[in-house]
Write a protein that binds this ligand. Structure first.
Ligand code: B4P
Length: 191
């Protein structure tokens, strides 16, 4: 079973690369950002709560996203593997994911970290904001808040996966195809 975490700051290319990886490896894409935006679009209570935070660039509560991931794993019993995109984002989420996967005896094979500098991230997100309609992509202060949330709450997880011997860093600047090839090379080392 190929379970991969796609790790990186907002705008690093996680969603972009996940779309290509699920096609090549025939595994299930679990993006907490996409799931949350689905809840917002459906106007659910959870979606309305999440929107308040997402529009400000703040992380949604751990309980909510952990519950979402648990139920998505359960509803895909025949999956050949999962790509976790944008999850985990806090230490509590990383611990919960390990527990959820250990319980099912399907551990993470690798955490692939896309490395992109802050200047490039801001440029990419504001560019996407012109067409995405995402409130959190349009305002520079919100984008900065997202990067700050990443630096304080998410980046420390690199050490968590390094200690497990699972961290693989990949340069996230360059053509989408070249980055994809680099990710596939890292996957070939563990699969
Ligand atoms: P996400 O949806 O995960 O948003 P993101 O971090 O911006 O990643 P995304 O996948 O969209 O960007 P990508 O790098 O693909 O999260 C949004 C919000 O949801 C969070 O702020 C938070 O509030 C909440 N949330 C989600 N998960 C959560 C969790 N686990 N816990 C708590 N809260 C959570 O692409 C960016 C742009 O770059 C695209 O336009 C793309 O075309 C472009 N791009 C990609 N690769 C490129 C390349 N090589 N060169 C140039 N441009 C490139």
């Amino acid at each position: 079973m190929l379970n991969i975490i796609l790790f990186g700051p907002p705008g690093a290319g996680k969603g972009t690369q996940a779309t290509k990886l699920i096609e090549k490896y025939n595994i299930v894409h679990l993006s907490t950002g996409d799931i949350l935006r689905g809840e917002v679009a459906a106007g659910t209570k959870l979606g309305l709560e999440a929107k308040q935070l997402m529009d400000k660039g703040i992380l949604v509560s751990d309980d909510i996203v952990i519950g979402m991931i648990d139920s998505k794993i359960s509803s895909n019993p025949a999956a050949k593997g999962f790509i976790f995109d944008g999850f985990p984002r806090t230490l509590a989420q990383a611990n919960a994911l390990d527990e959820l996967l250990e319980k099912r005896s399907i551990p993470i094979k690798a955490t692939l970290a896309l490395e992109v500098n802050n200047e490039e991230l801001t440029k990419r997100i504001l560019l996407r904001g012109k067409s995405s309609g995402r409130a959190d992509d349009q305002d520079e202060a919100t984008v900065r808040k997202r990067v700050e949330e990443y630096s304080t709450k998410t980046a420390p997880l690199k050490d968590y996966y390094k200690k497990q011997g699972k961290l693989h860093s990949v340069n996230g600047i360059g053509s989408i195809d070249d980055i994809f090839k680099a990710l596939c090379t890292e996957i070939s080392l563990v699969n």
